[in-house]
Write a protein that binds this ligand. Structure first.
Ligand SMILES: N[C@@H](CCC(=O)N[C@@H](CS)C(=O)NCC(=O)O)C(=O)O
Length: 355
């Protein structure tokens, strides 16, 4: 469906146009985001274990997660690396089909409505960068391997884990965290994966999701598609800004890996820092940024690091095997659109340093 198409004989160009205009305005002003964060932060639980909350549970470890979410992938990779079995509760986000994450049942698990949530013996642990540490600290010898106790190694692990994390509003501190560049760099992929999500599901978010930007952005992406994304100026600015900052984070990673010799972030030991970065690099690959960032001999240490990460069985089990159909199709559609449209490729990949 494209501009001018009609549903039951009624033109949808005008209402969609208004929504796109409204979403651009909101993105530019950022006023709504402040309102949203202000409103949600009263409900947003702090990170870490909450022993004061009791949830019903059947297994020692339970995981509320989504197949596509970056933070969920990180926690799943971590659980596989630690050899911790868990009971799985898959929660849909609009990215994968519906706003189950803001339904009554899931809000009882996490009032902030975000995934993942790790539940240990019925108590939730919030924030994925804290969940992986918590899980490692409760996984015996295997956990100690992923989380070294030597202060100088632990400092490296903490720094690089933090740099890959998503903490608070992703559009802020994009210069400090590669994780914060990920939503912007995923916009082209959202523009293809959303093709499988009906408008009616997307617009439900106007009534149910605390962040009204989400349905507006997803509706605009669906309407324009990836080929029309270059027309959405505010979104393109976010793509360009995220691309430039990600290039700097990867330069730092390249330097770090060149100095310590690899194959992992702290040399021979695979740690939580690598768990945190495998999902960042995976997202860059699935959203077709691999060539831009480490193709054609650029950043050879990052390229070699990615190759090692992608060969780990935890990556295959927790990320590749979990990929859902609309994401699989969206990845192929994005690659196809860029391959057949040089202007689109140039608009998305641009000249680094131009944002
Ligand atoms: N800082 C949180 C971020 C959680 C987060 O934003 N999760 C996203 C998926 S990666 C989510 O649930 N989004 C759904 C929504 O906002 O509707 C963490 O690391 O766990």
């Amino acid at each position: 469906m494209g501009p001018g198409d009609a549903i039951h004989g009624v033109s949808i160009t005008a209402p969609i146009g208004c929504l796109v205009w409204a979403s651009s305005l909101l993105l530019k002003a950022g006023a709504f985001e402040h309102w949203r964060v202000g409103k949600l932060s009263r409900k947003m639980p702090t990170g870490g274990l909450h022993t004061e909350i009791d949830l019903s549970y059947e297994q020692e470890w339970e995981l509320y997660h989504n197949s596509f979410s970056l933070c969920s992938k990180k926690l799943r990779v971590c659980m596989v690396e630690l050899g911790l079995a868990y009971r799985s509760h898959e929660i849909d986000l609009i990215e994968t089909g519906s706003y189950q994450n803001v339904g009554r049942e899931f809000l009882a698990v996490n009032p902030a409505g975000t995934v993942p949530v790790l539940v240990h013996r019925g108590h939730p642990v919030y924030e994925s960068h804290e969940q992986i540490v918590y899980a490692a600290e409760h996984a015996g010898a295997r956990g100690m391997g992923l989380l070294p106790s030597e202060p100088e190694l632990r400092e490296i692990v903490d720094d690089w884990t933090d740099r890959a994390s998503l903490v608070g509003n992703p559009l802020e501190s994009i210069d400090q965290r590669a994780g914060h560049c990920i939503p912007g760099l995923t916009l082209p992929l959202f523009a293809t994966t959303v093709a499988a999500i009906p408008y009616v599901e997307i617009f439900k978010g106007l009534f149910t999701h605390p962040n009204k930007e989400r349905p507006l952005i997803f509706a605009a992406l669906k309407f324009f598609g990836v080929r029309g994304l270059p027309k959405l100026g505010p979104m393109m600015k976010i793509v360009a800004r995220s691309r430039d900052h990600m290039a700097r984070h990867l330069d730092a990673l390249e330097d770090h890996l060149a100095k310590n010799g690899g194959p992992w972030m702290v040399g021979e030991i695979f740690t939580l820092a690598d768990v945190s970065w495998v999902v960042v690099l995976d997202r860059l690959v699935e959203a077709d940024w691999e060539e831009v960032f480490w193709g054609a001999g650029q950043r050879p240490h990052v390229a070699a690091y990615w190759q090692e990460l992608a060969e780990r069985s935890s990556y295959r089990t927790a990320v590749l095997d979990a990929r859902c159909p609309n994401v699989r199709d969206g990845i192929a559609a994005l690659a196809e659109a860029k391959a057949g449209d040089r202007a689109l490729r140039a608009a998305l990949e641009g000249e680094l340093g131009t944002s």
